[in-house]
Write a protein that binds this ligand. Structure first.
Ligand code: ADP
Ligand code: MG
Length: 393
């Protein structure tokens, strides 16, 4: 797959480049609560500025559903970005202004204020296309969606002879995830957790073709345990998935992939309980639910992770937001950090856990796109990437 890259953008000195960034950050009371994604966008923007380009930047923020939502304006993001770039970012209050202000760096209003964005509307894309001479997509978190700013717009730019390429962030994400899918150093250990197994069944199926060991924690483990007859008490389960899961586990056996499930769990009557008890994962009392993996499971998972040469992690091992149920996720984060493996973590909550443990620097790659990385790992063609691929073989 040949993505067109910044190197193929040509001379952009004095030209206006449209950059679709992923500036979709949490905002609380008008203040950016976590600026990781804004920071991640800086390398491409600085490179383009160094090459003499003027920038028109665009992003979505939250889910305003095609209408203006005052709480989801991008101005607070523009302030943070300006400080990081050490240059004023001029925020306009229109998604598609008739005339762009003359400033070197302009940030358009939240793309999703216009219904044309999510509808992949060519007319809306046409209005965006009028604002620039070239296009760069650096919003990896959005490439799995056929939305106008990542699909119709680059299509139109390319068709009209203007460059449309991937930025450095998209380039790096695609490099790393392609390596996981096609050339991982072995043993390759994937560790999955999180709330719902149904979100991740497709990625499990795809990973079974590639990994040596699959470790499963989080609420999703209970559906796998229950499908095999374990007593899981009041833990979250999705019985509608039992048949599919039995097929998946049989496939894992056929492929010689070891699937390791929790041995013990931290169980409690309710998610807001003050503490939990460690019990066997296959024999949880009727009035208790599992909210974290237990210490024996952490030790077993650590052993697998210590021998891995490639690790992919998505999804917390428990309700890590609450201290009584945080130890399993922290233990796994530390085990991956201590392992010499090439390590990749993705998913909003998993990243928050890594952050919280202060372990960012110990991972080789923190994937910025939760849904997009999962879709990539499922092996799906992503609309925002196909449009940036070279037509020539
Ligand atoms: P990510 O954002 O990293 O992809 P998910 O969104 O799939 O992860 O799952 C994260 C959520 O799963 C967290 O809010 C966490 O509290 C919840 N969770 C994990 N384990 C359990 C459990 N045993 N019971 C209930 N919720 C759980
Ligand atoms: Mg999540």
């Amino acid at each position: 797959m040949g993505l067109r890259l910044l190197d193929q953008l040509g001379d952009v000195a004095g030209r206006r480049v449209f950059v679709r960034a992923d500036l979709n950050v949490p905002i609380a009371d008008g203040v950016v609560a976590d600026d990781s994604r804004i920071r991640a966008s800086v390398s491409t923007l600085s490179e383009l500025r160094d090459r003499g380009a003027d920038l028109v930047l665009a992003s979505h923020l939250g889910r305003p559903k095609g209408a203006v939502d005052e709480a989801l304006r991008l101005a607070p993001v523009g302030d943070v970005l300006g400080a990081l770039l050490d240059h004023e970012v001029m925020c306009v209050r229109d998604v598609t202004p008739e005339v762009l202000p003359g400033a070197p760096i302009v940030l358009l209003e939240n793309l999703r204020f216009d219904p044309g964005e999510e509808a992949n509307d060519p007319a809306f894309a046409g209005r965006l296309a009028e604002l620039a001479d070239a296009y760069v997509d650096d919003a990896f978190g959005a490439v799995h969606r056929a939305h106008a700013s990542v699909s119709a717009l680059p299509d139109l730019m390319h068709a009209s002879g203007r460059p449309a390429v991937a930025g450095r962030l998209v380039e790096r994400e695609v490099d790393v995830l392609t390596r996981l899918l096609h050339a991982p150093d072995r043993p390759f250990v994937a560790i999955l957790g999180g709330a719902k197994v149904s979100d991740k069944l497709a990625v499990i199926d795809s990973l079974l073709e590639r990994v040596d060991v699959l470790l499963v924690g989080g609420a999703m483990a209970f559906t796998l345990l229950a499908a095999q007859g374990a007593r899981v008490g009041r833990s979250l389960v999705e019985p509608a998935r039992f048949d599919e899961i039995r097929r998946t586990l049989a496939e894992a056996r056929d492929r010689n992939v070891e699937v390791a499930l929790p041995l013990d769990v931290v169980a409690a009557p309710a998610i807001d309980s003050e503490d939990g008890v460690v019990v066997s994962a296959t024999d949880i009392a009727k009035d208790l639910a599992g909210f974290d993996i237990g210490p024996a499971t952490v030790a077993a998972f650590r052993e697998h992770l210590a021998h891995a040469r490639t690790v992919l992690w998505n999804g917390p091992m428990g309700v890590f937001e609450r201290e009584p149920f945080a130890a399993g996720t922290r233990g796994v984060a530390e085990a991956i950090a201590a392992s010499p493996a090439f390590s990749v973590v993705g998913g909003g909550d998993s990243l928050a856990a890594v952050h919280g443990a202060g372990l960012d620097a110990a991972f080789d790659h923190l994937s910025t796109g939760g849904g997009a990385s999962l879709a990539f790992l499922e092996g799906r063609a992503l609309p925002g990437l196909s449009v940036l691929e070279d037509d020539q073989p």
